[in-house]
Design a protein around this ligand. Structure first.
Ligand SMILES: *[C@@H]1O[C@H](CO)[C@@H](O)[C@H](O)[C@H]1NC(C)=O
Ligand SMILES: *[C@@H]1O[C@H](CO)[C@@H](O)[C@H](O)[C@H]1NC(C)=O
Ligand SMILES: *[C@@H]1O[C@H](CO)[C@@H](O)[C@H](O)[C@H]1NC(C)=O
Ligand SMILES: *[C@@H]1O[C@H](CO)[C@@H](O)[C@H](O)[C@H]1NC(C)=O
Ligand SMILES: *[C@@H]1O[C@H](CO)[C@@H](O)[C@H](O)[C@H]1NC(C)=O
Ligand SMILES: *[C@@H]1O[C@H](CO)[C@@H](O)[C@H](O)[C@H]1NC(C)=O
Ligand SMILES: *[C@@H]1O[C@H](CO)[C@@H](O)[C@H](O)[C@H]1NC(C)=O
Ligand SMILES: *[C@@H]1O[C@H](CO)[C@@H](O)[C@H](O)[C@H]1NC(C)=O
Ligand SMILES: *[C@@H]1O[C@H](CO)[C@@H](O)[C@H](O)[C@H]1NC(C)=O
Ligand SMILES: *[C@@H]1O[C@H](CO)[C@@H](O)[C@H](O)[C@H]1NC(C)=O
Ligand SMILES: *[C@@H]1O[C@H](CO)[C@@H](O)[C@H](O)[C@H]1NC(C)=O
Ligand SMILES: *[C@@H]1O[C@H](CO)[C@@H](O)[C@H](O)[C@H]1NC(C)=O
Length: 762
């Protein structure tokens, strides 16, 4: 450990200055002073220049501190301004060499960029067991206090004939200027703001920027209007480069900052872009009007213009439509096609104006198109009636011929807004482009009878909806008539109920007692729009004689209409013989009276006059002999046409009949020759004298009893006398119930009979 105390300390200060300036051919100057000393003796410190030390434009200084030949290895650390220089910007590199005899040499190099070191000295601290205190060695280093001054370094050496000196330059950066040979700009008297005018559309523009100064290199940053550079423009080295054509967006105020270390120069460039000047070509204007798919299509085209024309529309207030534009370009010229869609139909005349604006025009060009008035629709309404199931139906058609689109049809009835459901047929498109809309309503006529039915038409050509009205007539109540008549070929009577009218059902009936059914028949037929219905009822006269027959019509609304016909009451009171007769058999005999009558023998055309007493105008009257053979009749007379003989004598029965009414009279005909007649007259004179006497007695008796008898007895006496003089009558007459009126009739007959009797005797 004897030699362990030996330590050689060496401090090397290496200061390198711009090798570039020194030139590549010259070697860096290295001056070394090594001082060896024994521990405890005086130590000499050496200094040397290392040179080749500006890297990437940055000037570095290196200070080397060595402790040689020590054992154990010494420790070296660095102090700047009394603080350990271990961090940025200081870097340290250590060389540790160990020799075979166990000694080692340690060398530490402190390196730092000159401009970041403010202190003018660094201290090397060596620690070793042989040293009682750490050995501090301070060396001066270069600082930037000399900026702007030339720094000259002189080197002396015994071998140098004269001292070497090098002058280190000072850097300056006084400004930046535009350098653009292509643009012809080389602004010598540079200023803070340069103005650069570019043309829109220019290609591959490079704006060169030149630094005024001697800095070996510099950093450049550029921005535009305090923001990033626009697209298509970038910094390429120290040039601004426009890729592609110059655009308007490239104009603005650019600021480029050039810096080298702490040196800085700023250039502002006001770039203006002159717009591309083009020769305007006016458009070819064309307007066109078409009708397509229910629309009017107005086209306004401004074709082959440079630049593109502007097409816009002017329309009357309140009119709107769909519009669009179509742009096409070809070979640098532009075409614009404006299209306006308007409804095909309008109630007003419309003028649409197309306005074309173009730089080639001093004033905007106008083109107007007048859309003609839309033809009003033709509306027709008609109605028809139809009978179905006895019901009258009305069908009303409303048809509208119009230009497309089809009209809308609705229906209203009466004054109110009652709308009716209608059947709307599909609109038909006709050959001429017109559209036919048709709507019809069908209803039971009675539903809206007397009301107005209105067809309401709406169409774009109409400012307000148009109406057509049709009046639904009121149908008169059916006419009802009844009659009753005899039938020629039947013993039955016929009651007829006739009903005639429009729009009624055949709801006819005879009102009959419940037990009387059938024998009615209904017949109906149409006479134009009217329905004629006939309901007949056949009946035997005796069923309803004297009664009222009622026919009833019931309408669908339930109204009942009635008509009544009275069936007359008939009677045959008697069949009288108007010629002089004598009764053959008295009523007291129990049988009917037989009238005895005498015919003259051998006389022609002798008549026996008969009279039927009754209330019918027509009846059957015939006479038969007792053997059943008929007697020739002339109206109400039995006629003996041929010469009367004895054979004609006998009993004759005459019968007057009317349906179930029947009255007979019996006549005993006698035939008398002229001789017999004479004898009879003589006998007659005698008998008539006695007859006068009898009558006188009877008259006297009647007078006496009339005065003495009470009033109510009179009819009885009369009836007794009447019965004596009377022939049998029809069943009704024979009825025992005799009214006051009947009795008067009888009284007249009685007096009449009496007169005849008296007369005959005169
Ligand atoms: C160690 O060796 C070196 C070189 O050989 C020599 O200079 C130095 O004196 C030696 N040291 C000692 C203590 O022997
Ligand atoms: C010098 O700068 C270049 C680029 O910046 C870099 O690549 C290189 O490493 C630097 N050299 C040194 C020694 O720092
Ligand atoms: C270290 O030191 C030895 C002897 O002084 C020298 O030969 C060698 O080149 C050095 N190494 C470095 C990397 O400096
Ligand atoms: C130098 O080398 C020796 C032997 O290798 C070692 O013991 C010592 O620690 C080293 N010193 C430094 C500072 O690296
Ligand atoms: C620095 O040196 C240059 C060249 O040697 C010289 O031209 C210049 O005047 C000097 N500057 C000063 C301030 O002395
Ligand atoms: C350039 O800028 C970079 C990043 O800011 C910086 O690291 C570098 O030192 C600068 N160089 C000069 C020469 O100013
Ligand atoms: C740029 O130049 C134009 C035209 O010379 C000028 O109108 C404008 O004011 C300038 N802009 C600035 C920021 O100077
Ligand atoms: C076209 O003209 C209209 C009306 O003058 C205007 O409002 C519009 O801005 C113009 N359009 C263009 C692209 O010029
Ligand atoms: C625009 O016009 C072109 C050419 O006339 C046509 O082919 C195209 O369909 C139109 N486009 C429209 C949206 O109308
Ligand atoms: C309506 O009728 C008139 C006369 O017949 C005719 O001139 C007109 O074109 C018709 N209108 C329509 C829309 O059918
Ligand atoms: C039906 O229309 C006619 C004519 O428009 C009108 O005189 C009549 O009063 C209307 N009748 C009813 C019931 O509305
Ligand atoms: C019946 O009387 C009529 C009229 O008085 C008379 O013409 C007729 O000859 C009479 N007949 C007989 C048979 O007497």
């Amino acid at each position: 450990m004897g030699s362990s105390g030996l330590l050689t300390l060496g401090l090397v200060l290496s200061v390198a200055h711009c090798t570039e300036i020194l030139g590549p051919g010259e070697e860096s100057i290295e001056i070394t002073q090594n001082i060896m000393a024994v521990l405890g003796e005086v130590v000499y410190l050496g200094c040397r220049f290392l040179g080749a030390k500006t890297i990437n434009g940055t000037h570095y200084q290196s200070v080397s501190c060595s402790a040689i030949g020590g054992r154990p290895t010494p420790q070296i650390s660095w102090l700047v301004n009394g603080l350990p220089a271990s961090e940025h910007p200081f870097t340290m590199s250590v060389n540790n060499t160990t020799l075979s005899n166990g000694t080692s040499s340690l060398s530490s190099i402190l390196r730092f960029p000159t401009h970041l070191q403010d202190e003018d000295s660094v201290t090397c601290e060596v620690q070793h067991p042989t040293l009682p205190n750490p050995k501090l060695t301070t060396v001066r280093v270069e600082t930037y206090e000399y900026e702007g001054h030339n720094v000259t370094c002189s080197f002396d050496h015994p071998k140098f004939a004269h001292s070497e000196s090098r002058t280190l330059p000072s850097f300056y950066l006084s400004g930046v200027r535009l350098l653009d040979s292509e643009l012809g700009i080389n602004n010598k008297d540079f200023q803070d703001t340069e103005t650069l005018e570019l043309q829109e559309g220019q290609n591959e523009i490079i704006v060169g920027l030149e630094v005024i100064g001697n800095v070996p290199r510099y950093n450049v940053t550029c921005k535009k209007d305090d923001g990033p550079l626009p697209e298509g423009l970038e910094l390429d080295g120290s040039s601004l480069r426009v890729q592609g054509p110059v655009e308007h967006q490239h104009a603005g105020l650019y600021e480029c900052v050039f810096s080298y270390l702490h040196l800085k120069a700023i250039l502002q460039i006001n770039i203006t872009v002159q717009p591309h000047v083009i020769q305007p070509v006016p458009p070819t204007i064309r307007v066109d009007l078409q009708t397509k798919d229910g629309h009017r299509v107005i086209e306004c085209s401004a074709a082959d213009a440079v630049p593109a024309a502007n097409v816009s529309w002017h329309l009357p207030e309140g009119v709107s439509g769909v519009s669009w534009s179509n742009f096409t370009s070809h070979n640098g010229s532009h075409s614009v096609r404006g299209v306006f869609l308007l409804p095909a139909c309008s109630p007003w005349e419309l003028t649409a104006e197309c306005v074309i604006n173009h730089p080639a025009f001093e004033e905007p060009e106008n083109r107007s198109i007048t859309l003609p008035l839309c033809a009003r629709p033709n509306i027709t309404i008609n109605s028809s009636t139809e009978l179905k199931g006895g019901m009258l139906f009305t069908k009303v058609d409303c048809s509208v011929d119009s230009v497309a689109s089809a009209a809308a049809i609705t229906w209203h009835v009466g004054n109110t807004d009652n709308s009716i459901n209608s059947s709307l047929s599909e609109p038909e498109v006709q050959a001429d482009g017109l559209v036919s809309a048709r709507s019809s309503v069908r209803f039971l006529s009675s539903l809206y009878a007397g009301q107005n039915l209105t067809c309401v038409v709406e169409h774009p050509s109409l400012e307000a909806s148009e109406i057509r009205t049709i009046h639904i007539p009121v149908h008169k109540a059916p006419l009802l008539s009844v009659s009753v008549a005899r039938q020629r070929d039947s013993h039955l009577w016929l009651a007829v109920c006739d009903c005639k009218g429009e729009g009624f059902g055949t709801n006819l009936a005879w009102v009959l007692p419940e037990n009387v059914k059938g024998q009615t028949s209904l017949h109906s037929e149409y006479e134009g729009r009217a329905l004629k219905a006939r309901l007949t009822y056949q009946f035997p006269l005796d069923r309803h004689e004297g009664q009222d027959l009622t026919c009833e019509y019931r309408s669908e609304r339930g109204n009942i209409e009635k008509k009544t016909v009275r069936i007359p009451r008939y009677h045959i009171t008697a069949v009288r013989v108007l010629n002089h007769t004598t009764p053959l058999q008295s009523r007291y005999g129990g049988g009917p009276i037989i009238h005895r009558l005498t015919l003259q023998e051998n006389h022609h055309n002798q008549k026996i006059l008969l009279q039927v007493v009754g209330n019918m105008s027509d009846y059957d009257l015939n006479c038969k002999r007792s053997d059943g053979s008929f007697v020739h009749m002339e109206r109400h007379a039995m006629v003996f046409q041929s010469q009367v003989t004895e054979k004609d004598a006998g009993l004759y029965i005459c019968c007057a009949s009317f349906y179930h009414h029947m009255v007979t009279v019996k006549i005993q005909v006698e035939v008398m020759s002229e001789d017999k007649q004479f004898a009879m007259v003589a006998i007659g004179c005698i008998s008539s004298a006695s007859a006068i006497l009898i009558i006188f007695i009877v008259t006297l008796w009647v007078c006496c009893t009339r005065n003495s008898r009470k009033q109510y007895k009179k009819p009885e006496s009369l009836s007794a006398l009447t019965a004596l003089m009377q022939e049998p009558g029809s069943p009704e007459v024979k009825k025992p119930m005799v009214t006051e009126k009947d009795s008067k009739e009888h009284a007249q007959m009685v007096s009449y009979s009496i007169v005849i009797d008296v007369k005959s005797t005169v």
